[in-house]
Design a protein around this ligand. Structure first.
Ligand code: 13P
Length: 287
């Protein structure tokens, strides 16, 4: 059964670990992440960007696929199905489609409008028993057409949004979607500490989990990060494993072209990446 991410977040915050949000793109992605979470007895959040939702034919298809998979794979660990960087309209579509959690990314609105829209969604999500993530400051880079300048969040604005009663808060701290450039200055722990100071118990979310060095991940968790988003890294490992299979000519041998064979190395690579991240984030055995 799908659950809200609220309880997962509170337990992670109190236990000083982070729950991974892994973005999904198709059936293989979803199955790989769910099976790894079950094997490691870890709670997990499946992230769906609006672009990926569209690619999978729509949010209703996604919700139906994930719910049926949880049932047929006998997944017993807590799983939240979460809209990633949702627009205001996208949030309502996911609420209707049966998601258990949403992110409203109002970071590009003036703060007053971000507050107003987030406040309304806090009320709607509470009625439905869903969890809500909000954003202040922006995550740099581009993800599925969502482009951010990467400015660090204003801790006072974070407090205003946290006080509305959201379940988790994404604050820009110099993190970037996609690969980090060679001249990246690293996470701003100064900003993170200031946000934590202002927002108290609020579970914080670190986007752009791909490529952040281990020591920075650990420090971020120690400063209140309870959810870490990973997307690009699974895409890179899937692509590399698939490339290796094709370059070795395995698709041309016997029935190597069968999609169940062709996609198997990429599937296994996603499992390995998710496992590595869950171990690093400390969520193994926390289901
Ligand atoms: P990466 O693609 O950099 O891992 O970021 C994922 C993310 O933050 C999803 O919102």
């Amino acid at each position: 059964m799908l659950v809200s991410a609220k309880e997962m977040m509170e337990k992670a915050r109190d236990g000083k670990y982070a729950v991974g949000q892994f973005n999904i793109n198709n059936l293989e992605w979803t199955k790989a992440i769910l099976m790894t979470a079950q094997e490691l007895q870890s709670p997990v959040i499946l992230g769906v960007s609006e672009g990926a939702g569209k690619y999978m034919t729509g949010f209703k298809t996604v919700a139906a696929m994930v719910s049926a998979m949880i049932d047929e794979l006998k997944i017993t660990v807590p799983v939240a199905l979460h809209l990633d960087h949702g627009t205001y309209e996208g949030c309502y579509k996911c609420i209707e489609a049966g998601f258990s959690s949403i992110m409203f990314d109002g970071s590009h609105y003036p703060i007053e409008e971000n507050i107003e829209k987030t406040k309304e969604l806090v009320r709607v999500c509470a009625e439905k028993g869903m969890s809500l993530e909000a954003e202040v400051g922006s995550i740099g880079g581009e993800e599925d057409g969502v482009i951010g300048k990467g400015e660090c969040a204003d801790p006072d604005e974070c407090k205003m949004i946290a006080d509305l009663g959201v379940d988790m808060l994404a604050a820009g701290i110099g993190n970037i979607h996609g690969k980090y450039p060679a001249n990246w200055e690293g996470l701003s722990f100064e900003t993170l500490a200031a946000v934590k100071e202002k927002t108290g118990d609020m579970p914080l979310v670190l986007h752009g989990g791909t490529g952040i060095p281990e020591d920075m991940i650990k420090k971020a968790i120690s400063l209140g990060v309870a959810k870490i988003n990973v997307n690009t890294e699974c895409q890179l490992s899937f692509a590399a494993a698939t490339r290796k299979y094709v370059e070795a000519g395995k698709d041309l041998q016997g029935k190597g072209f069968d999609p169940r064979k062709l996609l198997a190395p990429g599937f296994a690579a996603i499992c390995d990446t998710v496992k590595e991240k869950m171990e690093l984030f400390g969520s193994v055995g926390k289901a």
